[in-house]
Design a protein around this ligand. Sequence first.
Ligand code: GMT
Length: 400
Amino acid sequence: MRIGIVCYPSVGGSGILATSLGEELALRGHDVHFISYERPFRLPEDAPRLHFHPVVINEYKLFKYPDYTLPLSVRMAEVSRDYGLDVLHVHYAVPHATAALLACSMLPPELCPRVVTTLHGTDTTLLGSDPGYAPAIHHALTRSDAVTAVSDFLRQETRRVLGFDGEQEVIHNFFKPRPLRRSAEAMRAELGLHDELVLLHSSNLRPLKRIDLLLEAAARIRSSHPFKLLILAGSSFAPFVSEVRRLKLEGRVIVRENVNDIEDYLQIADVGVFTSESESFCLSLLEAMCFGCPSVARRVGGIPEVVEHGVSGVLVDVADPVEFARAVESLIEHPEHRSSLGQAARKRARERFSVDAIVPRYEALYQRVCTMGAGSQREPISVAHWRTGRFEANGLEWQH
Ligand code: GMT
């Protein structure tokens, strides 16, 4: 098949997942065309059947706010036409799903690819309750040929927050580690480690990742074994430096920003620590599991679908640094328990969230949408809502 993938190219779960999916589809013989404002950072150069089409954005003084949606939709229409795409798979609804619909309406019907929209999280949980976005997201989902969500939690949230009652297929995240570039010894030496255990946190440090809670918890860990907290930061760590100082964690915390070869660091991780207040899935948690590293995480969002408490990791119920610290301490102090959770985590990752478990689900979905009659799944959008002149979701109403 000829598949277009639209995603955010920078460090972030949705872009990493989309890049990995595209790479894997190309390995399975599909022609894959990435469309974005930059080359996705993990997308290999020169791999067979993998193509990248940049969206060029000119800056016009005329606009107070630069517009990405229109040039993106034009590029999507061009690539669909020039390469005869069967499917446009857009990752993250805003603005990609809307741009896909626009692209389709620019094309003659016979050149219009099927549109598959994958929801990753904040497109529903944050933007979905913003009256300035919600009707557009609802519209784009209703008009997509298929919608997928990365967890059952997110599927339900999409129904609740956006009032979207169309079908959503739950297809969890997957992770395929890349070959290591450096040895564990080289990594430990680079980080100046001796016999310390490594607690690992990786995220883009957005407020919902609760780095404040992570640092508070790290400061409260009492353990007989030395440890370091390694933070792989997808954005600048500078805003947290004063907090590290206040908590006297300078000798405990190691930060690396925007690392590319995450696998090199994952191989030396002993315990993952994830304090997010919401996660639709938490790809970082899965990355750790793939390396046999058990995590302590909060029981929020889709995380209980990823980790079974006490079997393949530890889930903490409250946003309390002391409780979080106690859970981490217990894993530091009990290496056998840590190792058995780690082995179960690796097994679960392989069985449920591997490339072989997940990618065929997307392929089957593409086959399905391509064989359905033109427009058959494209319900007339929210006819009832438009008729009554009201769109309702999550107790909010928009008049139009
Ligand atoms: O977590 C982030 O801030 C990045 C975000 C994204 O959109 O790239 O990640 C989301 O998508 C990932 C891949 O599906 C999920 O594993 C993350 O849980 C999800 N983030 C949130 O729900 C906060």
